[in-house]
Structure formats: structure tokens, C-alpha cells
Design a protein around this ligand. Structure first.
Ligand code: SAH
Length: 230
């Protein structure tokens, strides 16, 4: 059974977009995962297919209506669909590599992409949407955030990355940032590849990588060394 993604969006034409290329695109073409993008506007009201309205209590912007979004969810997601229903939102649970692993190990995801000021709170509660944030900044819509969730999940699916690059040594695995990489040429603009990497001594190479990993993490992200977040 492959990982299946259903996206509810006002801009279905944005998909697969970058997900149709490279690693994720090849995997999509091979059926390792599937993607459908559904237009929330198909469930809009009246002749203009209206999906939003002004915020109760006043203030700027528009809010996606709960009834419209619920219809879009109900029409596209069967009642006992086992996939988690995510809502992209700056208020959400931060996306981390361990959260990505958890999602990638499951049957797939339903992702609701917000626009404008966001969505009516009641539909979040009534349809059990789990809010997910990709970082502490504000985007204009959830589509690119959804692509980030999918890209990070898809590369972990079996058969997407080579066995060699299984991802276990990468940044954020075991709360460390990755060590530096080098490839040919051996010397470039007066900068040599560190001798140890050319030594053929695998124990020394492993130790050097572990130490570099720790040094870089201490310098750039000391918070990772003390946190449980990954
Ligand atoms: N008024 C909202 C921001 C709305 S931005 C607030 O202050 O919290 C419009 C939409 O973009 C959101 O509904 C959400 O779907 C998406 N979005 C914006 N920033 C995001 C982030 N950091 N992570 C995930 N989705 C985000």
C-alpha cells in the first residue's frame, strides 16, 4: 500500500509543482506515493462559489467558512479514512524530523491549506484537524507548507532514496547537524580535503565526523543538544 496524499486547497494547480520533479517526482511516477489536489472552491456557495467571509468581531482580512471547508473534507475524505487530517497553520505543532518520520510511516496524509486569515475555528474542532507549522514565520498560504511536509515524508518512503542514503546520518537524526561533505577535486583554490577523509581509516573517519557534527551543532544550534524535539 502506497503513501497517499489528498490536498484541499484553493489553488490545486500549484500541485504537484516541485513535487513532480527529481526524487519525489520519480517516486510519484513509479507509484510509490500518490497525490490528488482538490479545490475547496468546488464546494463554495452560490453563483460565485464563495468560500470566505469577514471575521466575526471585526478586523482585517477574510476567513474560510467552516461549512464550505467541511463540505470539501466530507466530499473527499471517507468517514473512516485512516490518514491524519492536517491543517497547515503557524499556530501548529512544529514540523520536525521525528514528526516527519511518524507521518511517513503511516498510510498518508490529508492536508488542508489555509489562505487569507485562516479558517473558522469550528471546522478544526469538528473535523479533528491537526494544526502543523513549518516554522515561526507567516506564509500567504498553506500550499508551500504542504509541499514541504510531503517532500520531507516522501524521501523517507521505502525505495525512494538509495539504501546507501537511508537518511540515518542526516541532520536532526539523533539531535545533531550533519558533518561537512567533500568530493573531488582533492585540492581546490588552495583548499585541500581534510587528510583524515582520504586516510582509508574508517574508525578515524567516523570519529572525525562525529566530532565535527558535535562542533557544528554546538556552534549553530546549541538548543538541539538539550532538547527532546527530535
Ligand atoms: N492569520 C494567521 C496567518 C494566516 S497565513 C495567523 O496569524 O496565524 C495564511 C495561511 O498560510 C494559513 O492559514 C496557513 O495555512 C498558511 N501558513 C502561513 N504560515 C504558515 C506556517 N508557518 N506553517 C504552516 N502554514 C502556514
Amino acid at each position: 500500500m502506497s503513501f497517499s496524499a489528498t490536498i484541499l486547497t484553493l489553488y490545486p494547480d500549484m500541485f504537484p509543482g516541485p513535487l513532480g520533479m527529481s526524487l519525489s517526482g520519480d517516486a510519484l511516477a513509479r507509484g510509490v506515493w500518490s497525490l490528488e489536489a482538490k479545490n475547496i472552491r468546488d464546494h463554495g456557495l452560490g453563483r460565485h462559489r464563495t468560500v470566505d467571509d469577514t471575521p466575526a468581531g471585526g478586523g482585517p482580512g477574510m476567513v474560510i467558512r467552516c461549512d464550505v471547508l467541511a463540505s470539501a473534507i466530507d466530499a473527499n475524505v471517507p468517514a473512516h479514512d485512516p490518514r491524519p487530517k492536517l491543517l497547515m497553520s503557524p499556530r501548529g505543532k512544529p514540523l520536525t524530523q521525528s514528526y516527519v518520520r511518524e507521518l511517513a510511516a503511516g498510510p498518508g496524509v490529508v492536508i488542508v491549506c489555509g489562505r487569507f486569515e485562516g479558517v473558522d475555528e469550528r471546522v478544526i474542532e469538528a473535523r479533528g484537524l491537526q494544526e502543523v507549522s513549518i516554522g515561526d514565520y507567516v506564509l500567504s498560504g498553506g500550499e508551500m507548507a504542504a509541499m514541504i511536509v510531503l517532500d520531507s515524508c516522501v524521501r523517507l518512503l521505502p525505495g525512494v532514496m538509495g539504501k546507501e542514503a537511508s537518511g540515518t546520518e542526516e541532520s536532526f537524526e539523533s539531535n545533531r547537524l550533519e558533518y561537512p561533505h567533500y568530493t573531488r577535486p582533492r585540492e581546490w583554490e588552495g583548499r585541500p580535503i581534510p587528510d583524515v577523509l582520504l586516510s582509508g581509516n574508517h574508525a578515524m573517519i567516523e570519529r572525525w565526523r562525529r566530532e565535527e557534527s558535535e562542533r557544528i551543532t554546538r556552534e549553530r544550534r546549541p538548543d538541539l543538544l538539550t532538547s527532546e524535539r527530535n
